[in-house]
Design a protein around this ligand. Structure first.
Ligand SMILES: NC(=O)C1=CN([C@@H]2O[C@H](COP(=O)(O)OP(=O)(O)OC[C@H]3O[C@@H](n4cnc5c(N)ncnc54)[C@H](O)[C@@H]3O)[C@@H](O)[C@H]2O)C=CC1
Ligand SMILES: O=C(O)[C@H]1O[C@H](OP(=O)(O)OP(=O)(O)OC[C@H]2O[C@@H](n3ccc(=O)[nH]c3=O)[C@H](O)[C@@H]2O)[C@H](O)[C@@H](O)[C@@H]1O
Length: 256
């Protein structure tokens, strides 16, 4: 891994981009770092390259990356082939190495056969137990990342809502979690009620997918409701504390 572009471009025929995609003012993913990295590769490549995007980016970004590189190549008067691959990763903070070494699935979104075969080869050592490599087009790969995240966010939101109801009706949400999670159609993962989803990726990626829906004229009502309800979840904890200890919390300490 390096941030030295010249060394990277001369090292091999696959260039992985994994730079930040923070939320833009309108909630969409800001692609400036991805496109800058892509242009830098275009500045230095003199032979075929496969540019692999592992950043979280909206559907259609691979086409923008390809156009950005081709523009730079045209300015330089260099005629070489370029392929763009979408390779979303599903690493969790704190478990990134383990997630990378033992992935559930390896998504290879490629419209170019040569790049797809190189990607298959590079990921072969991580696919020995069973073949985890899923082949698809770039847009499907890009959307898969957000769709996975949206599904998990929806589960968390769903459980937080059930938790509030459980409290009111005198049920125990932990028992309910066991009760429903043991149905294999539902499963045990991501069913913990809490203060709502947070962290560096969930809030920004849910927002970005809602924005993509808006841009493409599709009203993502479920996800919009998930986002709005999650925003209020932190407040629920505060209300519970106040209900239990009263308005004056001076001098008290709480662990979350
Ligand atoms: N943090 C996480 O757990 C996960 C993050 N992602 C996605 O991966 C992407 C990166 O996320 P993070 O690693 O958390 O971001 P980050 O902001 O911590 O790291 C990005 C790095 O890229 C470098 N960089 C930016 N522009 C560059 C350029 N032109 N050339 C070379 N290096 C450059 C920055 O200096 C920085 O060190 C995002 O799209 C994010 O959504 C995906 C899965 C998990
Ligand atoms: O693409 C990304 O950016 C990554 O985003 C998340 O990874 P991460 O943001 O590190 O966080 P998680 O540990 O998965 O938790 C997300 C949030 O949901 C909350 N959560 C999680 C699980 C649960 O049952 N309930 C719950 O409230 C956590 O407290 C946390 O705030 C996904 O889990 C990764 O698969 C994905 O690759």
């Amino acid at each position: 891994m390096t941030s030295r572009i010249v060394a990277a471009v001369h090292h091999g025929t696959l260039q992985f981009i994994g730079v930040g995609t923070p939320p833009d003012e309108d909630g969409s993913a800001d692609l400036q770092y991805v496109l800058t990295a892509a242009r830098s590769i275009g500045q230095h490549m003199s032979d075929y390259q496969g540019i692999v995007d592992t950043s979280t980016v909206p559907a259609g970004t691979a086409d923008r990356v390809r156009a950005a590189v081709q523009e730079v190549l045209a300015e330089r008067g260099v005629r070489v082939d370029v392929a763009v691959v979408s390779n979303p990763e599903f690493l969790k903070e704190g478990a990134a190495v383990e997630d990378f070494m033992r992935p559930d699935r390896i998504i290879i979104g490629a419209d170019d056969e040569r790049a797809r075969l190189s990607m298959r080869a590079i990921y072969a050592p991580f696919s020995r137990n069973r073949d985890k490599r899923l082949r698809m087009d770039t847009r499907s790969a890009e959307l898969t990342r957000y769709a996975a995240k949206a599904m998990l966010a929806t589960r968390i939101r769903f459980m937080n809502e059930r938790a509030r109801l459980a409290e009111r009706v005198g049920a125990d949400i932990e028992r309910v979690r066991h009760g429903i999670g043991s149905d294999p159609r539902i499963g045990m993962h991501f069913l913990y009620a809490g203060t709502g989803y947070g962290g560096s990726c969930f809030p920004k990626d849910v927002k970005a997918l809602v924005r993509t829906g808006h841009d493409f004229g599709v009203d993502l009502r479920v996800l919009t409701a998930v986002k709005a309800a999650n925003d209020t979840q932190k407040r629920v904890r505060v209300d519970q504390v106040v209900a239990r200890f009263g308005d004056d919390l001076q001098g008290r300490r709480f662990a979350l």
